[in-house]
Design a protein around this ligand. Structure first.
Ligand code: QAP
Ligand code: CO
Length: 185
C-alpha cells in the first residue's frame, strides 16, 4: 500500500486525457488500492488516476457515510437519464480548500468495469451521480473550476500558485538547514 502524491491545480498534467485500460490485471488492482488509500487518507470521496499522475481511465469513489463502500471504476462512461440538473457544492483534492456550486445531471446511467473485470451497469443519482461526473471529467482533463467564472477560477489559481511557491520556499529552507547542520557535525 502507498500514499500517492496528488497533483494540484493549475498543474498542466491535470489537463491530460487518460487512455483506456487495455487489460485489467494486478497492476490495475494495485493502482486502485493505492488510490483508495490516498483518497481515504485525505479524506475524500472520489479520486481519478489523473490526479495521481497516472493517465489511465481508473476512478475510485466512496460516497457512503461510514466510508466502507469503496467503488473502483475502470473505463467508466455515463449518459444522462434526465434533463434535470442538481447543484452541489463541489470540492476537489486537486483544488484544496476551495469549494463552489456546479450543476450536473441529477440521474445518470453508469457503465464501467470493476477491478476484477466484471461489468458494472447501474443508475446513479444524488451524490454518487455528482461524483461520477466530477471524476470522469478528470479523465478528460477537466476540473470543476472550469465551470466557474474566469474571475473565480483566476482567483483560485493565483492563491494556489502562491501556496505552491511558499511550499517550495519552505522545502528549500529546510534542505539548507539540514546541509548546514551536517556541515557543523
Ligand atoms: C469530488 O472531492 C467531489 O478541498 C471528490 O481541503 C466533491 O473528495 C464530488 C477534499 C464534492 C462531489 C462533491 C477537498 C479534501 C476532498 C479539499 C473530494 C480538502 C480536503 C474532495
Ligand atoms: Co476532483
Amino acid at each position: 500500500m502507498a500514499l500517492l502524491p496528488i497533483l494540484e491545480f493549475p498543474d498542466p498534467r491535470l489537463r491530460k486525457v487518460a487512455v483506456d485500460v487495455v487489460q485489467i490485471n494486478d497492476d490495475t488492482r494495485q493502482l486502485a488500492k493505492d488510490m483508495l488509500e490516498t483518497m481515504y487518507h485525505a479524506p475524500g470521496i472520489g479520486l481519478a488516476a489523473s490526479q495521481v499522475n497516472v493517465h489511465q481511465r481508473v476512478v475510485v469513489i466512496d460516497v457512503s457515510e461510514d466510508g466502507d463502500d469503496p467503488r473502483v471504476l475502470v473505463n467508466p462512461s455515463w449518459e444522462p437519464l434526465t434533463d434535470e440538473v442538481q447543484s452541489y457544492q463541489e470540492g476537489c483534492l486537486s483544488v484544496p480548500e476551495f469549494y463552489d456550486d456546479v450543476a450536473r445531471h441529477s440521474k445518470i446511467q453508469l457503465c464501467a468495469f470493476d477491478e476484477n473485470g466484471e461489468t458494472i451497469s447501474e443508475q446513479a443519482e444524488g451524490l454518487f451521480a455528482v461524483c461520477i461526473q466530477h471524476e470522469l471529467d478528470h479523465l478528460n482533463g477537466k476540473l470543476f473550476v472550469d465551470y466557474l467564472s474566469r474571475v473565480k477560477r483566476d482567483r483560485i489559481r493565483k492563491k494556489l500558485e502562491k501556496k505552491h511557491r511558499d511550499e517550495a520556499k519552505d522545502a528549500l529552507y529546510e534542505a539548507r538547514a539540514k546541509i548546514d547542520e551536517e556541515a557543523q557535525a
